[in-house]
Write a protein that binds this ligand. Structure first.
Ligand code: SF4
Ligand code: SF4
Length: 419
């Protein structure tokens, strides 16, 4: 399988600016892409194409007749409680949607702030512009290593659980954004001299995720995004206050997972998500693009790839069989997959169909993943270490035998620790 970069491709133009207009993007004059791909485990092939945001499954509801229906539109309407459809089923009652939509509120509200006036859905289709002017004077930076350490400290102070830094890699930047106002693609508007990406992650609530599928468990996702939003907006403002450029980004503009892996936050898992050492796949990712001169982190390995080759917990538990049983491959399921990368890919159409039918986002694959543990407990840290050794099969057996990953009743969450 060839991973050699194609000839045409360059990250920067003659003026030293990052050229975001070309579809493909490997640098042919250096080996940095190949080196980083070897460390991340992603095999980027000759036919690689940058992803267009238009093909994101959520945006396809806007333009793709094969996905768009009253039912799929209703799925999104439910995030506005005035239009939510509750039912008398544990986890899908009035209170479950009330907490779910409250947890999403700040992220959704900020997303819609500039939609009508500026055609921006910030955080999901467009980067954030909710900033005050920063300093006109640049703080003098003596050491990129020291400022990186300081930035990580600040990010944690602002609420990040995990933080890392990687080099800007334009392969993971969308080739076009999408406008739900014009129903058209639109150009990426990132400044072209932001050479570094700070990637942060926050852990999602363990107890509510255990209740998935439920509207209640989707509150953990909303809460995760809202925490992310607070961190990246504040962190970007801090960097602006130092006199440098900083652009905060949530799910918009770039694929977060490969950047998070490059920044050393975790490994890629069969379920198509980042698996971190600290929270497993139970995280939400945010990023800040910046020209602050920063030292880069390196990808980490703690045995996930080998463990996923043995384990099928997510594949077996997925109600729509959206998660592959096979080896990493570049075969795509549909237009929502990335073209030209050999990896485990999820069938987003099947996945989203389940979300629409249950009327709430699902996280079963996260719930059942053996890496989804509370690693503040020593015993689980031992288990994680063993999962990275030749005892991984035994670990998996124990995990199944002890019933980890089983669904908990949403009602029990509501009734627990009331006093
Ligand atoms: S979120 Fe649910 S439906 Fe989607 S891949 Fe995971 S388990 Fe399957
Ligand atoms: S459930 Fe198992 S196979 Fe799936 S991502 Fe987690 S460890 Fe990997």
């Amino acid at each position: 399988m060839s991973t050699a970069p194609t000839a045409e491709l360059k990250q920067k133009d003659q003026n030293g600016k990052i050229d975001l207009t070309k579809n493909s993007s490997l640098c042919h004059k250096c080996t940095c892409c190949r080196d980083i791909d070897t460390s991340t485990g992603f095999k980027v092939k000759d036919n690689f194409q940058r992803f267009s945001q238009k093909n994101d499954i959520y945006n396809r509801v806007d333009w793709d007749k094969s996905i768009r229906s009253e039912k799929t539109l209703n799925f999104f309407r439910n995030y506005n409680t005035a239009f939510a459809r509750f039912r008398d089923v544990d986890g899908f009652r009035h209170k479950d949607y009330a907490i779910r939509n409250a947890a999403w509120h700040i992220t959704d509200y900020t997303c819609e702030l500039k939609e009508e006036t500026e055609d921006r859905r910030e955080g999901f289709l467009d980067t954030y512009t909710l900033h005050r002017p920063g300093s006109k004077n640049k703080l003098r930076i003596e050491s990129s290593k020291e400022i990186s350490q300081e930035i990580k400290k600040i990010a944690r102070f602002l609420g990040a659980d995990l933080v890392g830094v990687c080099k800007f890699d334009k392969r993971w930047i969308y080739n076009y954004k999408y406008s739900r106002t014009s129903h058209m693609e639109k150009p990426i508007d990132l400044p072209t001299d932001l050479e570094n990406v700070i990637v942060i992650a926050v852990g999602m609530d363990y107890e509510t995720i255990k209740t998935t599928p439920s509207a209640l468990s989707d509150a953990a996702t909303g809460q995760g995004y809202t925490k992310d939003l607070s961190v990246i907006l504040s962190l970007a403002q801090y960097i602006r206050n130092l006199g440098y450029q900083a652009v905060a980004s949530l799910n918009d503009t770039a694929l977060s997972i490969p950047l998070a892996i490059q920044a050393g936050l975790g490994e890629y898992g069969r379920l198509g998500l980042l698996i971190t050492k600290e929270f497993g796949p139970r995280v939400r990712i945010g990023k800040v693009f910046t020209d602050l001169p920063l030292a880069h982190d390196k990808p980490i390995k703690f045995g996930v790839e080998k463990f996923c080759s043995t384990c099928r917990q997510c594949t077996n538990a997925c109600p729509t069989k959206a998660i592959t049983d096979g080896k990493p491959s570049d075969v795509i399921h549909n237009k929502s997959n990335l073209i030209g990368v050999q990896k485990w890919s999820v069938d987003a159409e099947k996945c989203f169909n389940f979300w629409v039918n249950t009327n709430a986002a699902c996280a079963i694959c996260i719930r059942v993943c053996p890496y989804n543990k509370d690693y503040s407990k020593f015993i689980y840290r031992i288990g994680r270490w063993l999962a990275g050794t030749f005892l991984r099969k035994l670990m998996l057996k124990f995990d199944i035998l002890l019933g980890y990953g089983k669904r908990k009743l949403p009602n029990n969450w509501w009734n627990k620790n009331k006093n």
